[in-house]
Design a protein around this ligand. Sequence first.
Ligand SMILES: Cc1cc2nc3c(=O)[nH]c(=O)nc-3n(C[C@H](O)[C@H](O)[C@H](O)COP(=O)(O)OP(=O)(O)OC[C@H]3O[C@@H](n4cnc5c(N)ncnc54)[C@H](O)[C@@H]3O)c2cc1C
Length: 439
Amino acid sequence: MRRYVLIGGGVASMAALEAIRHADPGGEVLLIGDEAYGYYSRPGLAYYLTGELPEDFLFPMKNQEFHNLNARRLRAKAVRIHPDRHTVQLQDGRLVPYDRLLMAVGAEAQMSKVPGIELDGVIKLDSLDDARNILQKARRGRRAVVVGGGITALEIVEGLVARRVHTQYFLRGDRYWTNVLDETEAHIVEERLREEGVKIHYRTELEAILGTGGRVTGVRTKDGRTIPCDLVGIAIGIRPRLGLAQTAGLQVERGVTVSETMQTSARDVFAAGDIAQVYDPHTGKSTLDSLWGPAREQGYAAGLNMAGITRAYYKPVAFNVTRLANLTTTIIGTVGRGEDSDVTGIVRGDSETWRQLPDAIAAQSGFDINRLRLLVGKDTLLGAIVMGDQTLSRPLQHLITQGADITPIRQQLLRPGAALVDLLADFWTAWKDKVAVPA
Ligand SMILES: Cc1cc2nc3c(=O)[nH]c(=O)nc-3n(C[C@H](O)[C@H](O)[C@H](O)COP(=O)(O)OP(=O)(O)OC[C@H]3O[C@@H](n4cnc5c(N)ncnc54)[C@H](O)[C@@H]3O)c2cc1C
C-alpha cells in the first residue's frame, strides 16, 4: 500500500487528496496542517470581513465529506523534509515516512520594515485568525490607514469601511494596481472607493507607524505629515513559504520550481498551489500565482501524478473573478506589464502571468462601470479584463485559454468604437458550437 503525505491542508492539498482517492482508493493518505481550522476559503475572508458571509460559510467541506475520503488529518508543523530518506520531520520530533510527498504550504504576507510595525493595531489579511483579529480591532478602532496594493489592500479597506472605520488609503504612485489595470480601470476603482468615503493619498509613502503604550496612534509619511489612526493595514505582497524546500535541497527560485506535472527537483516530491512556480512548456516560462482555482487544479494534477495512474499535465490559466471596490471584475491571461511600486512580488488573488504582456493591441469599450478591455495578439486573444457586466467572462476565459483563432473578427475588434460585446458574443456562439464547449 502506497503512503502519501500531504503537507499543507489548504485547497491544493485537498484537491490532491481527492485525486489520489480517485486514482488509488486503497492508498494511505496523511494530511499534515498547522492551522487550527483545517480547510477553509481564503478568498471568502474578504466577504467575512464585510459581514456578507458568516464564518460557517467559509468551510467548503463537511466533516462527513472529509471522512468519506478516508484520510488521516494531523494538526502539526512539518519542520524538515529528507528526500533521500523519504521522511518528514515534525516540530514535536516525530518522523513521518512517505512514498510520495506533496508540499502545499502556501505563501505568507510580507510585512513592511517601517519603525512601529510591531505595534498593536497593525493588521494584515492572510488567514482566518487575521480576519478575526481585524474584526475585533475594528470594534474599538475608528480610524485606519491602509498601505499596499492589489486585491488584498482593497479587501482590508472595504472590510474596515463596512465596519464603519474611517479609512485612508496610501498609494505610492499616481494610481492603483499599475501593472494589471489600465488608467481607466484604476480610475473607476478609485472613484468607487471615494464614493464609499475612503480618502486616497497619492504619491504617499509610510515612514513610520507611531504609537503610545504599545498601541498605534498614527502614521508619519515620508513627506512629513502625521495622520492620527488606531489601525494600520499592510498588504504589500506575499512570499511563498520556501524554508522546507530550501533545507531539503530542492530547486527553488521565486517559488519551488515544478514541471507541468507538478514534480519538484527531488524524486517523489511534488509541490502545488501558492508555493509552486510552475513551468509552462508553451511559453517556456515558469510563473507564480496566488489563485484559488489554479491551486486546486495544480493540486489535482499533482495527486494524479503521485498516484502514478495517469500522467496529468497542468496547463497554467491565470484567471480570477474578484471584486474591486464592490465591482465584479474578471482578469484573464496577460493584461499588463512592469512593476507596481505599492507591492513587492505578487499579492493574493494575483498572477505573474498577468504582467507578461508581449506586443498586443488593446481594444476597449465602456468607460463607466461596465468595461471590457481585450489584449489582441496576432491571431488570438492574449488577455482580458471584464468589469461590471460579466456576460462575457466565461466565454472569454474559454477563448483565451484555448487560444481560439480570432482572425475572422480581429480587424473589426480593433476598429475604433467597435461594438466589442456584440462582436464577441456572435463569435463565441459560433465558436463554441464548433469546438463543443461543455455547458
Ligand atoms: C485574503 C485573501 C484573499 C484572496 N483572494 C483571492 C481571490 O480573490 N481569488 C483567488 O483566486 N485567490 C485568492 N486568494 C488566494 C487563494 O486563497 C490561494 O491561492 C490558495 O488558498 C492557495 O492554496 P494553497 O493550498 O496553496 O495554500 P493555503 O491555502 O495557503 O494553505 C497552506 C496551508 O499550509 C499550512 N502550512 C504552512 N507551513 C506549514 C508547515 N510547515 N507544516 C504544516 N502546515 C503548514 C498553512 O498554515 C496553510 O494552512 C486569496 C487569499 C487570501 C488570504
